[in-house]
Design a protein around this ligand. Sequence first.
Ligand SMILES: Nc1nc2c(c(=O)[nH]1)N[C@@H](CN(C=O)c1ccc(C(=O)N[C@@H](CCC(=O)O)C(=O)O)cc1)CN2
Length: 296
Amino acid sequence: MTASLIDGKAFAATVREHVASLVAGVKAEHRITPGLAVVLVGEDPASQVYVRNKGIQTVEAGMASFEHKLPTGTSEADLLAMIARLNADPKVHGILVQLPLPGHIDPDLVINSIAPAKDVDGFHVSNVGLVSTGQKAMVPCTPLGCLMLLRDHLGSLSGLNAVVVGRSNIVGKPMAQLLLKDSATVTIAHSRSRDLPEICRRADILVAAVGRPEMIHGDWIRLGATVIDVGINRIERDGKTRLVGDVDFASTAQVAGAITPVPGGVGPMTIACLLANTLTACCRAHGLPEPEGLTA
Ligand SMILES: Nc1nc2c(c(=O)[nH]1)N[C@@H](CN(C=O)c1ccc(C(=O)N[C@@H](CCC(=O)O)C(=O)O)cc1)CN2
């Protein structure tokens, strides 16, 4: 079997177009412009690229973008004071603090200082609790993007065996909750799971979010499985820097039914879902109907 490719880049473009058309409606009918504030502390080169792309795509969707770039040495107290100002700003419907933060700042403290209704990353402990109890929440962007790709590719996930490899708060745990809400039978595994290849071979849906380059091989994959690769790992190969996932693409594509590539799979969905969450947050803040098809 040669797997079909799940084109996250193309799907993300359709999500962004959908968001942009809904934003245009909100602006025309209600004279409200959804606004997203992104805070970057420090000069991590990858984070700078992600923040720039978030700003560009926010403006392309017709929303207001507020970028706050702070020096690496910014104190935790100053960052918390900035978030308090953004929490109180009616033009700002979504707030995102780009991760990772410099080592002297406690990310949990910072994330939990964001007003839950403006927490478009869905990382605040209130949103974590709401997602895990299946209630209306801000849903983390990367798992939401994976769910959209899976629903689009498979239709119903009900009764399917889903294995999530990775237990991070940002991807693995919320991904498992979303799959469970869609009635999949969910296993969370990780790099220390015993018999990991055997666990993976049971999966109709395999979500790889373990953060280890090309760890999952074709002989771990059930014939025809749908494989979602969340990994974004930069490696040196043949004297060049390359971007690879957590899945060995060549061997897995021989066995899987469908697979997301890296790059061009899950990554672009993350920012598309951030725009979707910002619009959702804006609609909720103003008592407008929930935008359709943009959340879990
Ligand atoms: N506050 C947050 N911080 C971080 C998040 C997040 O969701 N919220 N996720 C990542 C970084 N990230 C967005 O912030 C992100 C990562 C990757 C992509 C993406 O489109 N990747 C491309 C490849 C890009 C490249 O060449 O480097 C792809 O996979 O096709 C978008 C967003 C950590 N921090």
